[in-house]
Ligand binder design. Structure first.
Ligand SMILES: Nc1ncnc2c1ncn2[C@@H]1O[C@H](COP(=O)(O)OP(=O)(O)OP(=O)(O)O)[C@@H](O)[C@H]1O
Ligand SMILES: [Mg+2]
Length: 222
């Protein structure tokens, strides 16, 4: 479902020098597979997720999702592809402050070129325990509720791949397990491949597969 091959990424610094971050020969995830991605802070986990999502372009290499190499698409095609095939739960939730929980989830649908399915948006919000919070804007939601809204938004288009960047880092431990279970159950039900970044051993040990970024990345070994 997901194949990253020979991907290299360097950042250009203000002084004109380049800072190599990633050199990943191969990273493959099967349809419906669930894995935890772990690694030190600054090791490149978010950068790798951004490259998989087409938010950041790699310097070289290919990123194949459901048979399409997204590095070959132009920006508009990549945006449409991302909206239809990928869900992304950001490390910082990225909810829009001026819109309610329901509108935030519905907005996730507005970029995919299909008819918005409000029933699906409501059903997902109910699923994450926000059935009574449809009309709350982010400022009127607890941090855990904001994260749960972001979970609903990421799943609303029935993606093939869900990328989750520390989705439970800013919520209390009781809701942490609840949100994690919800993400994993929904992915299982809908056969979504899940790559979930975490620093918490209590989270990663629940996954059948755990990848260390330092092992995927040849630069870390060098
Ligand atoms: N736009 C950028 N320009 C220059 N350097 C960058 C840029 N974005 C990230 N970096 C550097 O790339 C490295 C990897 O960053 P990244 O955000 O991928 O780390 P991470 O593994 O997600 O860390 P964390 O666990 O703290 O979230 C860091 O050392 C960071 O300083
Ligand atoms: Mg990160």
């Amino acid at each position: 479902m997901l194949l990253v091959e020979n991907v290299q990424k360097s950042f250009r610094l203000p002084d004109g020098s380049t800072l190599p971050i990633l050199n990943v020969p191969r990273f493959a995830v099967a349809a419906g597979e669930q894995l935890a991605l772990v690694g030190g802070s600054g090791s490149g986990k978010t950068t790798l997720l951004h490259i998989i999502a087409g938010i950041t372009r790699p310097d070289t290499g290919r990123v194949e999702i459901d048979g399409t190499d997204i590095t070959k698409l132009n920006e508009a095609a990549r945006d449409l592809f991302r909206a239809n095939k990928l869900g992304y739960i950001f490390q910082t939730f990225n909810l829009l402050a001026g819109f309610t929980a329901l509108e935030n989830v519905l907005l996730g649908m507005s970029f995919c070129g299909r008819k918005p399915d409000e029933a699906r948006a409501r059903q997902l919000l109910e699923r994450v325990g926000l059935g009574k919070r449809f009309d709350h804007k982010p400022a009127m939601l607890s941090v855990g509720e904001q994260q749960r809204t972001a979970v609903a938004r990421a799943l609303v288009n029935r993606p093939k791949v869900l990328l989750a960047d520390e989705p439970t880092a800013s919520i209390d431990s009781r809701h942490q397990q609840q949100v994690l279970d919800l993400i994993r159950e929904t992915c299982r039900e809908e056969n979504v491949a899940l790559v979930l970044v975490t620093h918490a051993p209590t989270v990663s040990e629940q996954f059948p597969r755990v990848e260390r970024l330092e092992e995927l990345n040849q630069l870390a070994a060098a």
